[in-house]
Each structure stands twice: as C-alpha cells, then as structure tokens.
Design a protein around this ligand. Structure first.
Ligand code: PEP
Ligand code: MN
Length: 340
C-alpha cells in the first residue's frame, strides 16, 4: 500500500499516523519527492482500513499495490534510485561502464586491462575471482588470489571494483570489492540474497537464465526486504530456441524495468551475445533503450583467455566502442532536453 501525503503535512498528524502504522507492525519507507511525499507500507496491510486513512487531513490518496514486489516498485519510490560507489554514480541519467576480463588471471593481465579500460572511459572494473562454470573441469577462478589482484588493480587505477560472490561464506573475503555481483545461476539463491541484504555494499543481480521480470524483481526484493536498498539489475540475455547467439539479449528489459522499478538497469551484451563482434551494436542498442549502463568483457589477449574469450573485446575495440557509447548517451540527453 502507498499513502500519498499532501504537501507540507502537519508534523504532529504525520507522527501520529506513522506511530499508529508501526503499532500495527507495518514498516514505512518514506520517499520524499520535490513537492509530494509517499509513504510505502510493507507488512500485512489487509488489517488497515483504506477509507479511514484516505479521510485524514494530511492524506491526498491511498492505493493498494498489487505487485508482490514493494520496495523495488516504482510506485513506492517514483524517482530513480542513484547509487554512489567511490566517485561514480549509478542510475539517474549517468552512464556506468563496467568493464574488465571475465576472470582475473594474473596481475599483469588484470592491471593492463584495468588501466586500458579506465583510459577509455570505463567507470568501474569488473573481474571474476570466483567463477561459476558449467563444467567442473573448467577454470574455476583464482579465488582469494583473484580478489587480492582486484585490490591491486583498484589501487593502480582508482576504479571501483565489481566481482561475483557465489556463497554467503565468501563475504568476509570481499572487503575491498565495491559492488557484489550475484550471477545468473544464483539469482534465486534466496539465502545468499538475504545475507547480501544484511550488509551495505551495493548488489548487482544478474537475470536468471529463464527468469521473468517478476521473479527477478522478487530477487531484488529479497535483498531490499533484508535492509539493503542498493540493488542494481543486470540483463545478460535469456534462454530461447535461438542457438546462434549464446543467449538472447532482451533489450526490452531496460524500458520494462525502468517502468516497473526505480532501480538502475545495466545491460551485459557480452554474455547475451557470446560473440565479440555482436557486442558493440548490442551495447549501443542498450544505451538507446535507456539502460543506465553496461557490463562489457574486455581482454588483452582474448584468444588465450581462460574464460569467455570469444565474447571478449580487445582493448582497442573497447576504446572505440566506449567513445561511441559516451557520445550516444550525450546525444540522447541533448535530444531529451530539446524535446522536453
Ligand atoms: C559473468 O559475469 O562472468 C558471468 C558468469 O555471468 P552470468 O552469471 O550472467 O552467466
Ligand atoms: Mn564471463
């Protein structure tokens, strides 16, 4: 349920409304807009008399929210959520470019790539230390050593770091990681999501291989309901009948999620396409579709990469693409301003 308050509500009346709601075990999430404030209510709202609340002097409107996701719902929080990480901001009209190798392989590899993507305009370094691989015989990541190398690359470039956490017991190792990635295969690992909800680093949730928007938003809801509102959604392609590409990039994820939710939306064209020569156009389409950013795999030697070489951009290709992405984002912002 949401309660839309009239502007400048009487503080005493607001106090008595919130104390009464809390006495009914309802949690209140306040979203203060420029002129209007919304109270988002979570809990058993069936015990509340909607007409009684609507009749209060300070209340303009009351609505029940049908969707099962509440905290993640745009109706709860009409303005975009903006997440600050280091000096960079994710969401709210900013273009976030997360780039780096699929897997951290060595200090030289990681620092070379980190410096190159930073110089090209990336705002965050993305690299995997713990890798969820389809085959138990495939390279599983450098693990703790990979995280140590990510710290070195962060120190060398000043870029905040995104890396995948596969289970809750690894959390203590992720002290220097700025954004915790939950992989597609773990999107519905509810115990992991609950643990990540109880810590305060932003959580980037990749869409499950065959997950609906609602299931994905419910995963975000798990993190948010546990107390952490800093959630980023990442579309990485879904399973369909098509086999030419690794997955199918669902470009509508950007406009749909921006409509349903206030959370930032990132698109990963690398895992979606699985082919490096499709990454650039898919990334441009993602920006045009309104995504808040991109996650792009980049390698200094894709032919020799230990993981996801075929979809990794070479550093010079990434440099050209980043220029185009930044220009397109700027052009779209101007267009919006001109039309408005
Ligand atoms: C990755 O980001 O390297 C990865 C394993 O992605 P996903 O979980 O989307 O398959
Ligand atoms: Mn990968």
């Amino acid at each position: 349920m949401i309660i839309l308050l009239k502007s400048n509500p009487d503080p005493e009346q607001l106090d008595s409304l919130t104390s009464w709601l809390e006495s009914k075990d309802i949690q209140i999430h306040t979203s203060a807009g420029v002129s209007k404030t919304i109270l988002g209510l979570v809990g058993d709202t069936t015990v509340l008399d909607i007409d009684l609340i609507a009749a209060l002097d300070i209340v303009e409107d009351v609505k029940r929210i049908q969707e099962p996701y509440k905290n993640a719902n745009r109706k709860f929080h009409p303005s975009d959520t903006v997440i600050s990480v280091g000096n960079t901001q994710i969401g709210g009209g900013n273009l976030t470019i997360m780039a780096g190798p699929c897997s951290v392989e060595s200090e030289e590899q990681l620092v070379t790539i980190a410096k190159a993507v930073k110089a090209s305009g990336a705002t965050m370094l993305r690299g995997g230390a713990f890798k969820p691989r389809s085959s138990p015989y495939a390279f599983q990541g450098l693990k703790e050593e990979g995280l140590r190398l990510l710290t070195l690359a962060k120190e060398a470039t000043g870029l905040p770091v995104v890396s995948e956490i596969m289970e809750a017991s690894q959390l203590a190792l992720f002290d220097d990681v700025d954004v915790l990635q939950v992989g597609a295969r773990n999107m519905q690992n509810f115990d992991l999501l609950k643990v990540l909800g109880k810590q305060d680093k932003p959580v980037l949730i990749k869409r499950g291989l065959s997950s609906t928007y609602e299931e994905w938003l419910m995963s975000a809801e798990y993190v948010m309901a546990s107390g952490n509102e800093r959630v980023i959604l990442c579309e990485r392609g879904i399973r369909t009948f098509e086999t030419y590409t690794r997955n199918v990039l669902d470009i509508t994820a950007a406009p749909v999620l921006k409509k349903l939710s206030h959370l930032p939306v990132i698109i990963d064209p690398s895992h979606a396409s699985g082919k490096w020569d499709l990454v650039g156009d898919s990334a441009m389409a993602a920006v045009a579709a309104g995504a808040d950013g991109l996650l792009i795999e980049v390698h200094n030697n894709p032919e020799k990469a230990l993981c996801d070489g075929p979809q990794s951009l070479k550093m010079d290709t990434f440099e050209e693409l980043a220029k185009k992405l930044i220009a397109l984002h700027g052009f779209l912002a101007t267009l919006k301003g001109e039309i408005a």
